[in-house]
Design a protein. Structure first.
Length: 190
């Protein structure tokens, strides 16, 4: 459980840092976001669901398996995710307001963020066992990695699929209800 709390603290700190550092989001950043939104819209919902799911599935598996490198990859993974979400939230606030931020992140984020934290915590556990092995102490790195992969296959993949489905099919409805329809159609203006 302490690994999960550590992952949560790191994510929260990076999120706060991202929102602070992005207080003056530039027109170029908004234009880049518009282009990305346009590309995503052109994919179609089923392809977009698959792209989002596979992206998150690969990255969370990497955070777990690469945790063997003393837990450093999951550390980078959770900090980067928190920071990027903070920057995106600050960018959305500058063009769309708090309601749209919540509508665009909460529906799928309520599932996705805890899944990211769990994957990070599992990567930290693998990293801790790897460090024990490197220092000549009794290590259960293989067992820990095997157990982490079981959790990944049984819970993380399912959670990521559900989160991706919500992100593609439900989140746009919430964004529209919050008055952020221009976000869905790539028409953000700074």
């Amino acid at each position: 459980m302490s690994n999960f709390l550590l992952a949560t603290a790191l994510f929260s700190a990076a999120l706060a840092l991202g929102t602070r550092m992005a207080s003056g989001v530039s027109a170029d950043t908004v234009e880049g976001l518009n282009q990305l939104l346009g590309l995503m819209e052109s994919l179609g919902p089923l392809v977009l669901l698959l792209v989002i799911f596979l992206n998150n599935a690969i990255k969370t598996l990497g955070a777990i398996v690469l945790g063997i490198a003393l837990g450093l990859p999951p550390l980078v993974f959770i900090i980067v995710n928190g920071f990027v979400i903070g920057v995106l939230a600050a960018g959305l606030k500058s063009v769309a307001g708090y309601g749209v931020i919540v509508a665009s992140m909460a529906p799928h984020g309520l599932i996705e963020v805890p899944i990211l934290l769990l994957a990070t915590a599992l990567g930290f556990a693998v990293g801790r066992e790897s460090l024990r092995w490197l220092t000549g102490r009794r290590s259960l790195v293989r067992s820990q990695l095997r157990q982490a992969i079981k959790v990944y296959l049984k819970w993380i993949l399912i959670g990521l699929f559900v989160a991706a489905a919500i992100e593609v099919f439900v989140t746009p409805l919430f964004i529209n209800w919050a008055g952020g329809g221009e976000l869905i159609h790539g028409d953000l203006a700074p």
